[in-house]
Design a protein around this ligand. Structure first.
Ligand code: ADP
Ligand code: ADP
Ligand code: ZN
Length: 219
């Protein structure tokens, strides 16, 4: 399966991606995680992306598209993948769709995890992420088994540097202006699947799994 995850910052894309990736056996590709890892390792890509990310802006298309296209040439994604956080602009969507159709493949669904911005502003301050594997937790809604440590790899949990109030406001604005047009874009292609992301994590997972299984049956 080839699936895209759409939704505002903090919608729960990363949280749900972990479950979907395991259940459907497809690699999870998160552009945000790739950028964050490169920033903490101090690579050239990290240096290019850092200023944009800190301000809550999108990393320019030239940088992001190359990164994803290279990733999608690797062997582990031949049978499918779950893209989390890409595409985020209509141009990125166009390039991806063209690449998929030119290689004789199909996109199965664009899952929109829909969450109003009032919920997002409430959620963001409590988000904690694992520095090592990118897993996402929440102080109140999804705490780790052991305080401050990742359930998967035991590394320290930190607050993301772009999760402060000003950057969140900016990211929500950027989402509305640059990413929301993709909702219409995928709706027109009959690929949009809407998920109510305001419910509890397990319920959101259940709805996603149900809808993806239905798609699999129709294939
Ligand atoms: P969020 O958790 O807010 O949805 P991500 O972890 O997906 O954010 O991404 C973090 C940051 O990385 C974004 O705010 C943006 O600056 C950058 N980024 C991630 N994906 C893309 C993309 N497809 N295009 C441009 N910038 C991106
Ligand atoms: P995204 O990848 O879309 O930016 P995350 O998966 O990192 O979002 O989730 C954002 C924050 O909200 C995290 O702290 C996460 O634990 C929490 N969260 C995710 N899904 C839900 C949910 N359904 N209800 C409440 N909190 C959630
Ligand atoms: Zn971890």
């Amino acid at each position: 399966m080839r699936i895209i995850l759409l939704g505002p910052p903090g919608a729960g894309k990363g949280t749900q991606a972990k479950f979907i990736s395991e259940k459907f056996g497809i690699p999870h590709i998160s552009t945000g995680d790739i950028f964050m890892r490169n920033i903490s390792e101090g690579t050239e890509l990290g240096r290019k992306a850092k200023n944009y990310i800190d301000q809550g802006l999108l990393v320019p298309d030239e940088v992001t598209i190359d990164l994803v296209m290279n990733r999608l040439e690797q062997n582990d994604v031949k049978e499918g993948y779950l893209l989390d956080g890409f595409p985020r602009t209509v141009h990125q969507g166009d390039v991806l769709c063209r690449m998929i159709s030119e290689s004789g493949q199909m996109l199965d669904a664009a899952l929109l995890i829909d969450v109003p911005s009032s919920y997002i502003k409430e959620r963001m301050p409590g988000r904690r992420i694992c520095k090592f594997c990118g897993s996402s937790y929440h102080l109140q809604f999804n705490p780790p088994d052991e305080e401050g440590l990742c359930d998967h790899c035991g590394h320290e949990l930190v607050q993301r540097r772009d999760d402060h109030v000003e950057a969140v406001e900016e990211r929500l604005k950027v989402y509305e202006e640059q990413t929301m047009p993709l909702i219409d874009y995928f709706e027109k292609k009959k690929l949009l699947v809407r998920i109510d992301g305001t419910r509890e994590i397990e319920e959101v997972t259940r709805e996603i799994v149900e809808k993806l299984r239905a798609l699999e049956k129709n294939e």
